[in-house]
Design a protein around this ligand. Structure first.
Ligand code: CS2
Length: 506
């Protein structure tokens, strides 16, 4: 349980307090938007793995719109793979929760009813597999974060040495990982001669549909080559581009939302007005009427995924590492510094020239809208939150752009400064000598490397560039090594704030 939840539990509402629930919907103040449909008449059609804040502020809202428009068989069963926090918060409130949309203009509150039930996979894996194998389930969607795919970020291949993969191969009916659950349920459907469900990855991976397909078939192949082949032949894994900024909910957010509702919501989600979902139009086993809820269905999502990863997520990560080191707690705070805003614009501009977009895409307008979203003063999006799991994020956010720019003969100094920011950050010691709480699956390996190298750019940069799972072969490119070493030397010399102040477009 996170410390935040523990705190929340201690300050648990008194018996007399009202709790958000089906029975109490009528007691909400009139201005709070709530499900106008009969929830009891809705049946599940989607099992979602990784029911965190992002899913609840994004896909679940789309489905809520569709239920409001008359759909009845696309309700969501949301599963957490390990933590019981979401279940504990939502089960007592009939899985209802608030989406609070915040902007400079104020906050709009809306109660979402599309999540019908929540599960904790770890507590009862067989039950979750049975739900996924049920013919009513036509989509299994995922937001399990980059590291939840148990793959090597640099290559997109399954990491067969991952402890969860080793475990799941030994215990196929009681898996731990997302690939383990999906393959277990697909094997069940194959054995029952049922059509497979569509697997819908909604994580920020490049070519997330192809990547999840590769991982599933590789994992299934290790169980049985026939199963691997069946999955490759029969399962649809459309790629998707998902976008909505959703900072972690704080205790202050819980208190503010509950005050607005006049009743307790144990886990509302906080987000921005913007939302976007682009889905590759090859959903196999039937699909909700996505277009009706504003989802864009396209033949090829790849250019949009690259655009988002290389413009939004790349500049987010750049602001996160350098902003954290410079003492900015949130993205919006970093954006009040003109030089940081200019630097973010520089990251986007350098990435934009590597993209080939469908005609009519206006990358300048897109970049401008990103800068505006980052500056949203009502969102408390911590640099520390975005800095998490950098080893899983760097390839698709920063390194692909650098490779493409080098191929085009263009300089890579802007991105090199962002990569150097990551390097400085993962040493685990900030510019004032204070510890940084580095969250990353390979945090220990990175800290050991940093300790061995010491705070010396000439040693630290090459040592980290040798981490194959992040940099692969590209890490040996002398042009990359030179640019990143130089940028890291500047960071050590000037500090992040001054280094960004001194940065100029290449
Ligand atoms: C962020 C993303 O935490 C992160 O790494 O860059 O979660 C970002 O907020 C979303 O992708 C926006 O759609």
């Amino acid at each position: 349980m996170s410390r935040k939840m523990a705190k929340f539990r201690r300050s648990k509402p008194k018996e007399a307090d009202l709790r958000l629930s089906n029975a109490n919907l009528d007691r909400l103040p009139g201005h709070i938007h709530r499900p106008g449909y009969d929830r009891a008449g809705v049946t599940p059609g989607i099992v979602h793995l990784g029911i965190g804040a992002f899913h609840r502020a994004h896909q679940a809202v789309v489905i809520d719109d569709l239920l409001a428009a008359g759909a009845t068989d696309w309700g969501i069963i949301g599963a957490s793979l390990r933590s019981a926090d979401t279940f504990d918060a939502l089960a007592p409130q009939d899985c209802l929760y608030t989406v609070a949309v915040r902007s400079g203009a104020g906050t709009e509150h809306r109660i979402i009813g599309s999540v019908l039930a929540t599960e904790v996979a770890k507590n009862n894996p067989a039950h979750l597999i049975a739900l996924m194998a049920d013919p009513a389930t036509r989509i299994v969607s995922l937001t399990v974060t980059e590291k939840g795919y148990c793959h090597t970020p640099q290559t997109g291949e399954l990491n067969a040495d991952h402890p969860d993969i080793i475990h799941d191969l030994a215990n196929p009916e009681a898996p731990r990982s997302a690939p383990g659950f999906i393959v277990a349920a697909l094997a069940r459907r194959r054995a029952a001669s049922l059509t497979p469900f569509t697997v819908l990855s909604c994580d920020n991976l490049s070519a997330n549909g192809h990547t999840v397909m590769r991982i599933l078939t590789q994992f299934a192949h290790l169980r049985s080559p026939e199963l691997g082949k069946w999955i490759a032949d029969e399962v649809a894994c459309p790629s998707t581009m998902v976008d909505r900024i959703v900072p972690e909910t704080t205790d202050a957010d819980r208190a503010a939302v509950s005050a607005e509702l006049g009743m307790t919501d144990a886990w509302p989600v906080i987000t921005e007005p913007f939302t976007q979902w682009i889905v590759e139009d090859n959903l196999g086993a039937g699909r909700p009427d996505f277009a009706r809820a504003g989802v864009q269905l396209v033949a090829d999502v790849t250019p949009f995924e690259h655009m988002k990863l290389r413009l939004l997520n790349a500049s987010h990560s750049a602001l996160a590492y350098l902003g954290y080191l410079a003492g900015y707690e949130t993205i919006a705070a970093a954006m009040t510094d003109d030089r940081f805003a200019a630097f973010a614009r520089g990251v986007m501009a350098d990435a934009a020239v590597t993209l080939s977009m469908p005609a009519g895409t206006d990358l300048a307008a897109y970049s401008a809208s990103l800068l505006e979203r980052f500056a949203n003063p009502a969102l408390h999006h911590r640099t520390w939150q975005i800095a998490m799991d950098g080893s899983q994020k760097l390839p698709q956010r920063l390194l692909g752009t650098m490779q493409d720019r080098l191929r085009q003969g263009l300089p890579i100094d802007t991105h090199a400064l962002a990569v150097a920011g990551w390097m400085r950050y993962v040493t685990g010691i900030d510019e004032n000598g204070q510890a940084i709480d580095v969250r990353d699956p390979i945090a220990r390996e990175l800290a050991d490397i940093a300790k061995q190298a010491g705070p010396v750019a000439d040693r630290l940069a090459p040592a980290l560039l040798d981490v194959r799972s992040v940099f692969g072969e590209f890490g040996t490119d002398p042009r990359l090594r030179r640019a990143v070493t130089r940028a890291l030397a500047r960071l050590y010399e000037l500090g992040a704030r001054q280094a960004v102040q001194a940065w100029r477009p290449g």
